[in-house]
Write a protein that binds this ligand. Structure first.
Ligand SMILES: NC(=O)c1ccc[n+]([C@@H]2O[C@H](COP(=O)([O-])OP(=O)(O)OC[C@H]3O[C@@H](n4cnc5c(N)ncnc54)[C@H](O)[C@@H]3O)[C@@H](O)[C@H]2O)c1
Ligand SMILES: [Zn+2]
Length: 385
């Protein structure tokens, strides 16, 4: 770990001809022109941002690009998940086409995961594909969504159902942007950082137990270290399985339960994505313990860490509660008709030892949910039985 607050960490995502660097440090937006120039096919970019991030960071980004002789246009989208829709996509593509793009120019996504996914998908499809660069400004985007090339939008049937794999040419994570991020979003993104420790890096999880509070409090070294460690973990997994034919599914640790809870809460302010993932991580370890893969102390250790950092650790913590176990299983796509009553799940043999299990009994997942929901989960089941 470097000392000094102006240090830069670079993480390489190894994908052959599509390899790229994730550059992590403070104040990078002011130096973006010089850092990004080498990966631009022509000195021309369109910056896509939202109406909350744009006013904060687009002026210094544009100024830095222009100082480097890069012609820069700006397109703004409304902040929030709603713009990751067909309608939002159409509006963005119209705005991009109005700037007379050519196939050599580059789109820069400046914002959180919403802007990254939407602008990335626009880049994947505009003129059959133009280059793009991610400048993530939320912790979630810096440790997760900006890396790995998944882009896309939501449809009325569900989240992220339409999209494309389109790797960025570079990711520029300026940790100074986290200073303006609302603390609840910071904590939510932190849950994804915890996920990487739990997937395959027990030492990193132990480090987070000691330094997590520093990350939330704004310590630049702790933030840079945690973001670099998370990106290294994601880069490793993505390099191994770019299109999720196998091991990339490990990144879904905590997400099967998490998505069900998010869906039940309506994908909004009631329960943020990372908050749902935090609870999902505890449940995935509870299921692993129930099946005898790990000690029951492990889910407890994770829950304690999440609670210490002000995150939720149980479905019972969700404001206005959670529906019963059967409804949640339905949200996961597992209903009573599941073949042989067995499901695919990311489990763990302990912290840092996750694996993909192909034949988890659905009844065990139900039991874990019922136990986590307490009386409410069981009563609701008896009512529907
Ligand atoms: N592509 C992937 O691999 C992947 C992975 C995980 C999540 N995602 C997607 O990411 C999205 C969630 O991303 P998110 O959590 O970053 O949410 P977000 O992009 O909606 O950002 C959260 C809010 O914070 C504001 N904001 C962003 N940066 C800010 C800053 N520095 N200062 C002040 N305000 C700021 C935004 O305007 C927004 O209102 C979801 O749509 C999810 O599906 C994608
Ligand atoms: Zn996630």
């Amino acid at each position: 770990m470097n000392s000094g607050t102006n240090q830069i960490d670079t993480v390489r995502v190894e994908l052959g001809a599509r390899s790229y660097d994730i550059v992590i440090g403070r104040g990078l937006i002011d130096r973006a022109g010089a850092i990004l120039s080498p990966v631009l096919a022509t000195p021309r970019v369109i910056v896509v941002s939202d109406d909350q991030v744009g006013p904060l960071y687009s002026a210094p980004l544009v100024a830095s690009m222009e100082r480097a002789g890069i012609k820069t246009a700006l397109v703004s989208v409304p902040a929030g998940e709603e713009c990751k829709s067909f309608a939002g996509f159409e509006r963005l593509v119209d705005a991009l086409l109005a700037s007379h793009p050519d196939r050599q120019m580059t789109i820069i996504a400046l914002g959180g995961g919403v802007v990254g996914d939407l602008a990335g998908f626009a880049a994947a499809s505009l003129l059959s594909g133009v280059d793009f660069i991610q400048v993530p400004t939320t912790l979630l985007a810096q440790v997760d969504s900006s890396v790995g090339g998944k882009t896309g939008i939501n449809t009325r049937q569900g989240k992220n159902l339409v999209g494309a794999f389109h790797q960025p040419r570079m990711v520029l994570a300026d940790i100074a942007t986290l200073d303006s991020l609302p603390e609840r979003h910071l904590r939510s993104g932190y849950a994804e950082t915890v996920k990487y420790g739990l997937i395959d890096d027990a030492e990193f999880f132990a480090w987070l137990e000691t330094h997590g509070a520093d990350i939330i409090a704004g310590d630049p070294q702790a933030r840079r270290y945690a973001i670099a460690a998370s990106c290294r973990a994601k880069a490793r997994i993505v390099a191994d399985d770019e299109r999720e034919a196998g091991s990339r599914a490990l990144l879904n640790l905590g997400h099967t339960f998490g998505h069900a809870l998010e869906r039940a809460a309506g994908y909004g302010e009631r329960l943020l994505h990372g908050e749902a993932v935090g609870i999902g991580l505890v449940l995935a370890f509870a299921l692993s313990a129930r099946l005898g893969f790990c000690s029951p102390d492990e889910p407890e250790r994770i829950a304690t860490h999440l609670r210490q950092l002000g995150l939720l650790s149980s479905p019972r913590d969700i404001p206005q509660g959670s529906p019963d176990a059967e409804t949640l299983l339905g949200h996961m796509g597992f209903d009573k008709k599941v073949k042989g009553g067995r499901i695919r799940f990311v489990l763990a043999r302990g912290i840092g030892r996750s694996f993909i299990a192909e034949d988890v009994p659905l009844d065990e997942a139900r039991a874990v949910l019922e136990s986590a929901l307490g009386d409410s989960g069981r009563l609701a089941r008896h009512k529907t039985a």
